[in-house]
Design a protein around this ligand. Structure first.
Ligand code: G3H
Length: 193
């Protein structure tokens, strides 16, 4: 069985400021994570002949992969974070204050709520389809370095979680989720670095 390793990018400057969207670089803690992650993967993948690192096209994801050497890296736009449209760069507080109706709509149906000129969780699930097809085709381990909303959807697919739980799944920062597809189903390990 080959592992699929999922992780969010290291903490970004926008994570610290609690802003959604954006394309910020890593915070100091995020940089520390990127280095720890590289060490972890070096050990974890030592016995593997090949492996590949898939990132999004956003800086925080690419920078998290930076310290990892010796494996091919591929950027996927389909792994970019949920597009928050007109809310890009705002905090949840600001969204609540400036667009209370939008906040309420999202609270009522987080799965289907589509940000104005942006995306919903359902949109993400749809755009992940080619990524999933390619992941299933791979013979070697793949490390997917993406974002919270996207990894919730990806994780749900492999862990067989119901659609309605997707927007609420726990995918914390600085945590590695390793999924193994074996004969007896899916096995999961989590490592907090
Ligand atoms: O801004 C994007 C977040 O990673 C998604 O979090 O869907 O819980 O608001 P949320």
């Amino acid at each position: 069985p080959r592992p699929i390793i999922l992780t969010r990018h290291g903490q970004s400057q926008d994570n610290v400021r609690e802003r959604v969207g954006g394309d910020s670089v890593l915070s100091e803690a995020g940089e520390v994570y990127s280095k720890k992650l590289a060490k972890f993967l070096e050990k974890r993948l030592k016995s593997e002949k090949t492996a590949s690192i898939w990132t999004s096209t956003l800086q925080r994801s690419i920078l998290t992969a930076n310290p990892i050497v010796g494996f091919p890296k591929i950027q996927w736009r389909a792994l970019d974070e949920i597009n928050t449209g007109v809310c890009d760069g705002m905090t949840y507080e600001e969204i609540k204050r400036n667009m209370p109706e939008e906040s309420i709509l999202r609270e009522k149906d987080k799965l289907r709520y589509r940000y104005l000129r942006g995306e919903s969780y359902l949109d993400i699930i749809q755009r992940l389809e080619p990524v999933i097809i390619e992941l299933e085709r791979q013979q070697a381990p793949v490390v997917v370095m993406s974002h919270q909303a996207v990894l919730r959807a990806l994780y749900a697919y492999f862990a067989d979680k119901p659609l309605k739980e997707i927007p609420f799944l726990e995918v914390p920062l600085h945590t590695i989720i390793e999924i193994q597809m074996g004969v007896s189903g899916v096995e999961e390990k989590r490592y907090k670095l």
